[in-house]
Design a protein around this ligand. Structure first.
Ligand code: SAH
Length: 246
């Protein structure tokens, strides 16, 4: 190799090393940026509004919400509002995800069903609390994308299925908790049936075009005990529910 060639190779090597260091530095900066955002989100949106369970707060501190939203919304991922996730759907505001999770009272080892996987964020939060999460999404592209993100982040306790969640997941029933993250005008009977005795079902019930009431239904002696939690606005459940008039 001529001296000139050697010098060129050396220079190229140096440029590579420097760009590698810069991109590592950017990654580290990103990590600190999002970690700080996450800490602020937990203290100002979740803890300050009365949700103080340590396991719950820890789950929200550890799940990288920005990796569940489309790239152009990453910097806004920890703000106090919902964000678009494609296909006209949205990821709920962090506080609503936290409130639903708290109401479901998920304990380690619990079997949990989610209807409306969307981005996969709620499923990841649930997987921080238990290793058995089953999530159903009716839109194929969203189901595929969410399953991919969850896999890449090692949320191995989540199983995603593309189907109409109105019918639950009968093969895996009964569940300790069921969370429905799309609006329903009535409680789908299969979901209540698939709840264990003492189990909790959290679901936005009401008009699917306007507002709903986030509702907690507990199965006590085989019967529903209902508590209304908060007025909310979710995207509508589609599929079978549109045919059933109740
Ligand atoms: N939990 C999600 C947000 C869900 S948005 C998250 O953490 O990102 C509501 C989702 O419910 C949408 O993705 C929508 O496609 C889905 N959905 C609507 N009707 C459904 C049905 N019948 N069964 C399953 N999923 C449904």
């Amino acid at each position: 190799m001529s001296r000139r060639n050697l010098v060129s190779w050396l220079l190229l090597g140096i440029v590579f090393c420097i760009s590698g260091l810069i991109s590592q530095d950017n990654l580290d900066k990103d990590k600190t940026f999002f970690q700080k955002k996450r800490e602020q989100m937990v203290s100002s949106q979740i803890q300050s509004r009365g949700l103080r369970d340590q396991r719950l707060l820890q789950a929200f501190l550890s799940v990288p919400r920005h990796l569940f939203v489309p790239e152009q919304y990453r910097r806004e991922a920890y703000e106090d509002y919902p964000l678009p996730i494609g296909e006209g759907q949205t990821i709920s505001q962090p506080y609503i995800v936290a409130l639903m999770t708290a109401a479901a009272e998920v304990q380690p080892g619990d079997k949990v069903l989610e209807i409306g996987t969307g981005s996969g964020y709620q499923a990841a939060i649930l997987n921080q609390l238990t290793d058995q999460v089953f999530s159903v999404e009716i839109r194929e592209t969203l189901a595929g994308r969410a399953a991919g993100v969850l896999r890449s982040l090692n949320y191995d306790g989540v199983r995603v299925r593309c189907a109409d969640g109105y019918f639950g997941w009968p093969e895996e029933a009964p569940f300790d908790a069921i969370l429905v993250t799309c609006a329903a005008n009535h409680i789908p009977p299969p979901l209540f049936q698939q709840l264990k005795e003492g189990g909790r079902l959290v679901i936005p019930v009401g008009s699917t075009v306007f507002f709903q009431t986030l509702t907690l239904v507990r199965k006590v002696g085989g019967r529903p005990v209902v508590k209304q939690l908060l007025d909310v606005r979710f995207v509508p459940m589609i599929g079978e529910i549109e045919k059933e008039k109740r």
